[in-house]
Write a protein that binds this ligand. Sequence first.
Ligand code: NCD
Length: 319
Amino acid sequence: MKHLISIEDLRREDAIALLATAEHMAETQERSIRKLPALLGSTVVNLFFEDSTRTRISFEAAAKRLSADVINFSAKGSSVSKGESLKDTALTLQAMGADLVVVRSSSSGAAHRLAHAGWIDQPIVNAGDGAHQHPTQALLDAFTLRRHLRPGNVHGDLAGAHIVIVGDILHSRVARSNVQLLTLLGADVTLVAPPALMPVGASGWPCRILDDLDEALALKPDAIMMLRVQRERMIGGGFFPTEGEYVRRYGLTDIRADRLPEHAIVLHPGPINRGLEIAGSVADSPRSVITEQVAAGVVVRMSVLYHLLAGDQTQEQTR
Ligand code: NCD
């Protein structure tokens, strides 16, 4: 594995190996000294063309826990759709001595372009490109799901688990990456969205498609992942009548959460619109694993950086 651009690039065994290393990283984070020397001397550049708080901070924490140096390059406002500006940025990063570049952009395909245009030789990690892919988010979701639904099975998969993903699928790179990763790991996935927020091509994806959340809850899922209504990508509107109507049909309210099986967990990638896709009380309830997802983000990203930068060197360095 040279880059991490899309879940499509992973085989089942790659995904299992990344999750197993993340479990190992999580163990190291229980110690009094959480910093490991594994990437000492390496420089990780966070290249963010789009706003982000938790993903950028999470990559930064992950790199620092592995003793890498981190440079944050926030290029909000630059247009990556103009190939030249992305190329110039790549040449700058190369000249600065970056060993790995984490990139987030509102253009689908930006990470792929950076990895394959020949401007830069270093490994590229996609931290979200448009509505296309967000592979580390899917890995941290799978990590969190496996801990709850298949506890102790650190080399196993999610075979037989049923996960429902609800909301703004159309704009969601999180949903696309999760459908691919969760099905690669053997899970059964159901997508629920109002018809205007379901991508046209979704009928060809390896999952069940519904437009009624109550019908999905009746299937007794093991987990439900609520997606943020991405208002900033809904220019022109018309995707749903009103916020009240959205809550009534697609919101995870207390009443709906009470109909989930007792063991079922609730996920959300953040940032949350409390009172819209999820009630604040549900986000704060014992079945919510939202803060665990944030913690999983750090160890999963440690694993990804470690695999890409330390390659097949032995895991001894992290002990
Ligand atoms: C997601 C993203 O940016 O794609 N958030 C995240 O990575 N924490 C989902 C979202 O913005 O709703």
